[in-house]
Write a protein that binds this ligand. Sequence first.
Ligand SMILES: *Cc1c(COP(=O)(O)O)cnc(C)c1O
Length: 428
Amino acid sequence: MLYQRSSQLFAEAEKVIPGGVNSPVRAFKSVGGTPIFVKQAKGAYLYDEDGNRLIDYINSWGPMILGHAFEPVVQAVTEKAKLGTSFGMPTELETQIAALAVSMVPNIDKIRFVNSGTEACMSAVRLARGFTKRDKIIKFSGCYHGHSDSFLIQAGSGAMTFGTPNSPGVTAGTAKDTLLAKYNDLENVRSLIEANPNEIAAIIVEPVAGNMGCVPPIKGFLEGVRQLCSENGILLIFDEVMTGFRLAKGGAQELLNINADIVCFGKVIGGGLPVGAFAAREEIMNYLAPLGPVYQAGTLSGNPLAMAAGKAMLESLNNDAAIFQRLEEKTAYLEAGIHKVLKANNIVYTINRVGSMISVHFDASPVVDFQTAAKGDNDTFKKFFHGLLQEGVYIAPSAYETWFITDALTYEDLDFTINAIDKVSKTL
Ligand SMILES: *Cc1c(COP(=O)(O)O)cnc(C)c1O
């Protein structure tokens, strides 16, 4: 396949947009080459500016769980647009989607809508700090919670030290309030809490990690974190921006049967429009302005087009009793097929999967945290990625990303993909 026009468009973009993209991972830096420019998409397929058709395993990084240009969403948005696109005043639609979300997700009474997953996580942490009157948070290496300052932190030297900024522009003052722990390492969490008594407001975690590839929580890890939080007056924040409305109707809380204190949403909840949200029990949510002292706001929050898209998406998921089972079966089929062809071609690999989140790591050892995820062979991944691109299969342009399976994929698409992986494996 040729990607000539995409390359030209990228060169044009680079003149007026830093790196040619509005979000860095799109730039293909970790795989090399130039990004594909999309013209349109429908169902499981992307159509690019060169006229290629690609089977899409990113699906806008998650939101298109029911496929691109999903009819109910398109209809809801176009109808709403004719009635005005933003008011900065309340609409009935906001109450309807809030009530629907609260009915689908366990353990939440109220929800506040924002414009991105970043905003949701940032606001959740502020709320937790205000509510507990403590400053520090614990996050896990390899978990991503958007690009707000408190989260752009890497481990300092030694497990007990404060984090250090991993981007210029994040101050040392901010970094000192974020402590880094190892995913799936409960003892590490326990020692951080013991070293900072009565200082930790919240522990924020991806209940199934998806930003270092897919990394499931090992048995007892989240249960232990939950217990430590309860014993120490710490709020547990589940960042379900990726897992929410994907792993189950009620997200990871439902799938894993663990209650968080605050839950963050993004991606699927907006049906492809810019939406995030955070939610909790009433006592915590009432601590937000205008009821409570913790300030949080947004000119376009609850935007009618975004809410119409999100509501159509949540309704479609809520009304389809078999959707999550179907996604599980399709992804399990894909997983089994990938196992078969990678084994047959003597590739060294590990596959992690939870529901419709799956990733292939090119290393033999189990991938349980950032350190083990980083052991994957990136040169092999690069060849794998570009090989699949030539076959018309688009996976995320980074070894640290999950593939997002959409219900729009047919078993023929999955067979096509498995065959493409077989073919590419022979070249690795
Ligand atoms: C994507 C993502 C975010 C950030 O959401 P944006 O909408 O990109 O700001 C936060 N947390 C997790 C787990 C994510 O996957």
